[in-house]
Design a protein around this ligand. Structure first.
Ligand SMILES: *Cc1c(COP(=O)(O)O)cnc(C)c1O
Length: 382
């Protein structure tokens, strides 16, 4: 019944984990879900208020403009300038998205011909691979290994792949490994992209979720980046707005125009009231972001200390709300965690072959629940 490309999609592991979790809950188990990459904290109230006000204004009830309200794109440009020192022209270098997933899902359609290669990190956000498959491109996985600080080795990408590669996805701070970029890496990416005529898409969804004073950079602040690439960003993780569906693509105007042309044909933009609330989020007080980071950092410390105390080897992340931990058998560990302790974690293999041998804990539950998870884990064989 389904098209051939549906058969090419990898099995959706996360749906199976949801089923297993639902079964446990129906058996009366008090499940601690450390699987979800969705903030448990609410959207700050002043942003919700801005939505309510804007929603009452009939002017906002029409079809939005495709590229986004000019005022929203201006707010994004101002935020990028203030936060990253990146100078963006709101008219041509900012595009509104229905979350960064929207941009990631549609970018290959604008640039990939059947058989072209897309370079995607493994482990990585699964949409890099599936969007490539929908555009009938081929994925070349760039392994993210602990020994390379979870940065891809561009020098190991084979010549024949480079020749047919059109697009590269990168993502730092990284989901699922929680790795950050290191000095010189973005410069190396720009050089590689220039040499091989490849477009770069940097996914910066976690730039604001950082600890211990770390400030994540924008890829666009790298010399030459504006010529070769764009950055996907989003209000989802920064302002606890995953359900609102608003984000932005910024950077090279020609690349954005290509993405914009695809989107013009598949969606009709973001509800104007949501864009007005997003302006409030970007230009209003940033204290709630700092507060959220402090909460995640406290949870991180409890989890990392607890896991170390149980004898696991784990690194304390500088950014994202994930902890990435090596285990012998990621599917077996995930199953034991659920069966023996009622805890949901995500098996690394769900993020691609490169994630095998790891599990991901999300810091999206309270400190008390994370502490309880550690207590429950005492009974589990590692
Ligand atoms: C959450 C996430 C996204 C998507 O977020 P949106 O809600 O669509 O903005 C994109 N990339 C990564 C790596 C993510 O973890």
């Amino acid at each position: 019944m389904y098209a051939r490309r549906m058969g090419d999609l990898p099995p959706y592991l996360f749906a199976r984990i949801d089923e297993m979790k639902a079964r446990k809950i129906s058996q009366g188990v008090d499940v601690i879900d450390l699987g979800v990459g969705d903030p448990d904290l609410p959207t700050p109230p002043h942003i919700v208020d801005a939505l309510c006000t804007a929603a009452r204004n009939p002017e906002n009830h029409h079809y939005p403009s495709y590229a986004g309200l000019f005022a929203y794109r201006e707010a994004v440009a101002e935020w990028y300038g203030r936060r990253f020192g990146v100078d963006l022209n709101p008219a041509s270098e900012v595009l509104a998205l229905m979350g960064s997933k929207d941009g990631i899902a549609h970018i290959p359609e604008a640039f990939i011909n059947p058989g072209d290669y897309v370079l995607a990190p493994s482990p990585g956000y699964p949409v890099y691979q599936t969007s490539t498959l929908f555009a009938e491109g081929k994925v070349h996985e760039m392994p993210l290994l602990a020994e390379n600080d979870f940065l891809p080795r561009l020098d190991l990408i084979p010549k024949d792949v480079r020749k047919k590669a059109r697009l590269m996805f990168i993502n730092y701070p990284n989901n699922p490994t929680s790795a950050i970029t290191l000095p010189g890496f973005f410069e190396e990416v720009v050089d590689f992209a220039r040499e091989n005529d490849i477009l770069v898409v940097h996914d910066n969804a976690y730039s604001e979720i950082a600890f211990d004073g770390y400030r994540a950079p924008s890829f666009l602040s790298t010399d030459g980046a504006m010529e070769v690439g764009i950055e996907m960003h989003s209000l989802s993780k920064t302002y606890n707005m995953t359900g609102w569906r608003i984000g932005m693509a910024c950077g090279n105007a020609e690349i954005l125009a290509g993405l914009g042309r695809v989107k013009t044909n598949v969606d009709s933009g973001v509800f104007n009231a949501v864009q007005h609330a997003a302006i409030t989020a970007l230009l209003g007080p940033q204290q709630p972001v700092e507060d959220a980071c402090r909460i995640y950092q406290e949870r991180r410390d409890i989890l990392v200390k607890g896991l170390s105390g149980l004898g696991y080897e784990v690194t304390s992340p500088k950014a994202t709300f994930y902890v990435w931990m090596a285990v012998d058998d990621c599917m077996g560990f995930t199953a034991r965690m659920l069966d023996e302790a009622g805890i949901v974690v995500t098996p690394g293999i769900g993020f691609g072959k490169g994630g095998d041998g790891y599990v991901r804990f999300a810091l999206t539950r309270s400190s008390e629940r994370i502490q309880e998870a550690i207590e429950r884990m005492r009974g589990i064989s590692p």
